[in-house]
Design a protein around this ligand. Structure first.
Ligand code: GAF
Length: 394
């Protein structure tokens, strides 16, 4: 849906619910990670880009010190939270995301004032496309703009990340809020999570297209298993540091195995670290291949990344493996891999333009045969940046 159609829809619904029109409307996209999975929290490298799908927030200030929250995605629910009391999370509620951000703003000493808010999002939820980080960045961006805080994008990223960690209880890295806050049209962004140096690289290829495929298998175990992987990385770092100073796993190179191998005797630790080290190398190579517009190398790196996430990091699961394995046998698919945290969610595919129809049909049919689930297909094109789409419309 275009911004215009969504603005009309939000204006109508906002008026019906609050008896006034909103005076501001903001948009934040979702994100897909092209490569560099589970590397951000080791301060390694990532390569995300934004989607055309995203989250909208329509809002209007009110005199009472309360936050009124509604969402077009949950039309039967409406909430009111007093801003004079400490906010606390409610299990499984979508309101945890905006409230987590408001809580972080309060911690930073900012008085947010009272607001009527209506959210709407078209990112499939539980699909690993960052619907939650989209709400978080959108909320920080909206308040930063409305309260004239003039925060830079890094500040927004850190507030959104803290909100997810402290309120939703997931030890997520910087990847998702970064991808959304720094998104550029038609570009992916290469980020070194240690130095925070980043670079936008054009996504378009003359003869190939990017396709996201949703396994429609919800990422049920994602949060607990995610935190488990995070903890394992901390344990590995502590172990290595008993022998040699090492500030972050993401800085290790393949040649470091010489001193690491005798220290890391636990096979699980060896596998996990092997993924981190090889994946970081793949991200650097992928950035170069994208600049060179070389689909063959891009594809090889994608297959290798999926294998590493399957065998060494063990986060793929049978549904994502099915999407990638089936895609591998389709003529014209040059690369595919799972994307996001794993355990369900989406895969990303690089497909020759003249093979797209065949790719969709064969993958959908065989995936259904294999899993009894319908796959959904999203082309990665016309991706959007974070924006204030209506401001001070009084
Ligand atoms: C999730 C997390 F939120 C990110 O920080 C990142 O670790 C990703 O999983 C895996 O690459 O989206």
């Amino acid at each position: 849906m275009s911004h215009t159609a969504t603005i009309n829809k939000l204006n109508k619904a906002f008026y019906a619910h609050y008896s006034h029109l909103p005076i501001h409307i903001f948009f934040a996209p979702g994100r897909v990670n092209l490569i560099g999975e589970h590397t951000d929290y080791t301060k390694g490298k990532v390569m995300p880009c934004s989607l055309s799908e995203g989250t909208y927030l329509a809002m209007r200030p009110i005199k009472q010190r309360v936050l009124q929250l509604t969402s077009l995605n949950f039309p039967d629910q409406s909430y009111e939270f007093s801003l004079s009391q400490e906010l606390s999370p409610q299990k499984g509620a979508w309101t945890n995301y905006p409230l987590g951000v408001i809580q972080e703003l309060h911690k930073a000493g900012i008085s947010t004032g009272g607001w009527q808010c209506m959210y709407y999002g078209d990112i499939p939820t539980g699909a690993g496309l960052s619907s939650s980080a989209s709400i978080n960045i959108l909320t920080v961006f909206a308040w930063s703009t409305c309260l004239d805080l003039n925060w830079d994008r890094w500040k927004m990223v850190h507030i959104a990340q803290a909100a997810e960690q402290n309120f939703a209880g997931v030890n997520c890295g910087i990847l998702d809020p970064f991808a959304i806050a720094f998104a550029r049209d038609q570009a992916a962004t290469y980020l070194d999570c240690h130095s925070l140096v980043y670079e936008s690289i054009n996504l378009e290829l003359p003869e190939h297209e990017w396709w996201i495929v949703n396994s429609n298998r919800q990422r049920t175990l994602a949060d607990s298993k995610y935190n488990e992987r995070y903890d394992t990385c901390i344990q590995i770092l502590e172990k290595l540091n008993l022998h040699k100073s090492c500030t972050h796993l993401g800085g290790l190179l393949p040649k470091d195995w010489i001193w690491i191998a005798p220290i890391l005797s636990t096979p699980i630790h060896q596998k996990r670290l092997r993924h981190i080290i090889t994946e970081n190398q793949r991200v650097s190579d992928f950035a170069q291949a994208l600049k060179d517009k070389n689909p063959k190398i891009l594809g090889q790196l994608m297959w290798a990344s999926h294998q590493s996430l399957k065998r060494d990091y063990e986060v793929t699961g049978q549904y994502l493996d099915a999407l990638v394995d089936i895609a591998r046998g389709i003529d014209g698919v040059v690369g595919a891999r799972m994307t996001g945290a794993g355990f369900g969610g989406c895969s990303i595919h690089l497909v020759r333009k003249n093979a797209v129809a065949e790719f969709k049909e064969t993958l959908a049919t065989n995936y259904y045969k294999h899993t009894q689930l319908e796959a959904s297909f999203y082309p990665l094109r016309d991706n959007h940046a974070l924006e204030s789409i209506v401001f001070n419309n009084i």
